[in-house]
Design a protein around this ligand. Sequence first.
Ligand code: ZN
Length: 87
Amino acid sequence: MQVTIGQLGRQGPVSNQFEGYFRFICLECGEFRATVNPHNNLAHCFSCGRHFNNIDLLMALGYDFPSAVEVLEQWLRSHREHHASNV
Ligand SMILES: [Zn+2]
């Protein structure tokens, strides 16, 4: 999910690292309390209780479902290739 928000850049929500966790501004309530769980790559907002996955995030930013799936696959592929070339 960190990859997704990184790829979104200025289009995506404001984010930072806080006490080892990646968090961003919740797209539901606007509080800076949406925190990514590194174990399942899902975000949970501690303010409004909403859960987000990568698809939810993109759809909240105006993508429809098929294009959200498509850009995520592209980003994940280029992310993996980038890391593979660094081995
Ligand atoms: Zn929220």
